[in-house]
Ligand binder design. Structure first.
Ligand code: CA
Length: 232
């Protein structure tokens, strides 16, 4: 079945280039120039993925992102934000508003398509019930195996000792490889420990986690100014 993509971009050249590229890749495409239209179109025919420009006349991308997530009909759609370089603060806000990933303009066609595929692979897995089902399932990625039930991590078959927080952090990242996690979102994911950790503590835990994972630590990638992601 064809995946449907809604493009929200006020710059006509970029909108048309995106439409053309995605149609050629076999996606079903709708394209609009404003946030207001985007909400109306998404409500009428729920897309699998929204490519959402941040700077829009009228409703901006952040507001649109928040409204899509707040509406039960569209809460589960994948959202990839389009931002201009140097909008790091906005990228963080966008990810915290519920965007799954972002791409900075100017972007390469291949990067865009790869990011879209990565995000679409995980669509549907992010609903609450699926996340609960998934929570106890073993995750295998690269040379790692993570057993949530046993609280065990194997790298090349060798057990690695992690603290409870490090384990939760790693588990959150590996369950959505390729997705960018802001420190805020990581804090949400590791919440449940009986002490409070701060955003700076996240960085400290990441350093410790990378060291303990040895060569596999390189799969935890720093996304400068934004947060972390586990290499897809
Ligand atoms: Ca724009």
């Amino acid at each position: 079945m064809k995946r449907s993509v809604l493009i929200v971009e006020d710059e006509e050249d970029i909108r048309e280039l995106l439409s053309y590229t995605l149609l050629r890749e076999g996606y079903q495409v709708a394209a609009v120039a404003s946030g207001e239209e985007a909400l109306a179109v998404a409500e009428a025919r729920i897309p699998d993925l929204v490519i959402l420009d941040l700077m829009l006349p009228g409703l901006d991308g952040l507001t649109v992102c928040g409204k899509l997530r707040a509406n039960p009909r569209t809460a589960g759609v994948a959202i990839v934000m389009l931002t201009a370089k140097g909008e790091e603060a906005d990228i963080v806000k966008g990810l915290n508003a519920g965007a799954n990933d972002y791409i900075t303009k100017p972007f390469s066609r291949n990067v865009l398509l790869a990011r879209m595929r990565a995000v679409l692979r995980h669509v549907g897995l992010s609903s609450d019930s699926a996340e609960r089902d998934e929570a106890g399932v073993e995750v295998r990625i690269h040379n790692l195996a993570i057993h949530p039930g046993r609280h065990q991590v194997l790298v090349d078959g060798q057990a690695v000792e992690l603290s409870a927080t490090e384990f939760r952090l790693l588990h959150a990242l590996v369950r959505k490889p390729g997705w960018v996690f802001t420190r805020d979102r990581i804090l949400d994911a590791v919440h449940g420990d009986n002490y409070v950790i701060t955003e700076r503590a996240v960085d400290v835990h990441i350093v410790a986690l990378r060291r303990k994972l040895g060569a596999a630590g390189r799969y935890i990638e720093t996304v400068r100014g934004v947060g972390y992601r586990f290499k897809d």
